[in-house]
Design a protein around this ligand. Sequence first.
Ligand SMILES: Cc1cc2nc3c(=O)[nH]c(=O)nc-3n(C[C@H](O)[C@H](O)[C@H](O)COP(=O)(O)O)c2cc1C
Length: 369
Amino acid sequence: MQTELSKKLGVEHAIFGFTPFPAVAAAISRAGGFGVLGAVRYTAPDDLKRDLDWVEAHVDGKPYGLDVVMPAKKVEGVTEADVEAMIPEQHRKFVTETLAKYGVPELAEGEASGWRITGWMEQVARTQLDVAFDYPIRLLANALGSPPADVVARAHERNVLVAALAGSARHALKHREAGIDIVVAQGYEAGGHTGEIASMVLTPEVVDAVDPLPVLAAGGIGSGQQVAAALALGAQGVWLGSLWLTCTEAELTSSAVTRKLLAAGSGDTVRSRALTGKPARQLRTEWTDAWDDPNGPGTLPMPLQGLLVAEALTRIQKYEVEPLLGTPVGQIVGRMTSERSVQAVFDDLTRGFERAVDRMIRIAGRSGK
Ligand SMILES: Cc1cc2nc3c(=O)[nH]c(=O)nc-3n(C[C@H](O)[C@H](O)[C@H](O)COP(=O)(O)O)c2cc1C
């Protein structure tokens, strides 16, 4: 499955995989795709260094990339303590009461919540880049906005291609102005932060808007037919995030989350601000329902909401409080029905793609030879 972009990057299949897990990123690249490690959780540069060392040692010389989060709206000049001080008491009370209602235990003395807002601050993303540029990454992707001009220039000096996620043609055009090389058109169905336009509409809109810049289609892709459809819509490849979550190489924080993902249908996700304050698709749970309830206090804007719920989410995960336990995931969760290796997922995607293309060739009445 070769396109101009996959040839340029030297990969066998134009399948790009976003993942927060180093073992999954390396396995995607080894399987002939392009693994992209999500950096947002690495607030300590040494942790990122350790994991990039690991990826480097396990990709068998295949190319891979890094994804950072530099939001268009900056959170600069404020500390976490400043943000903490902006959180209304009413919202803190709501968190305490909701956790108490479900009997969620406290963290042990000295145990910190696993997630902070710092991963979303540009200065932290820049320290991640300082680390990453010492590795032979081939792609740098940015979520939630266009990367700053100096970052694009720094990447280009090192022969690193720059990608950015877009939920609309307008965003994609802004990215093009910022000098990026690849647009990831991410539809409404996708896991994580999403816009309001479905992939079927978004992909060709973005392809036409930024032509001849290459576009990767993201959101709702989990089978070879869907890969074929994305390429038919003009994309030069696909960008998948959810499908890897139930791969055997994924290090999810809790096996209860894996069980929930395997059981969920395509209608079991919701686009909610409960996680970060920006709409993000995730499993629908009693936690997201509580935040989306019109009788509740409602969510706070980013980055307040993320900081408000960070400790609560750590407690819910640690104690596996089933009704509240969730994760970002897209509508494709309905097809994630068994735990498989990344290689098995790839075999399925590439065989399914060939079948879909053969079928289209038959329909078109051509031999394909
Ligand atoms: C658990 C999870 C975490 C994500 N975190 C990020 C992130 O930090 N940065 C980013 O660019 N995209 C992130 N995404 C979105 C993916 O990059 C990708 O665009 C999306 O998953 C594609 O749609 P799909 O979920 O239907 O495959 C995340 C997606 C998931 C499922």
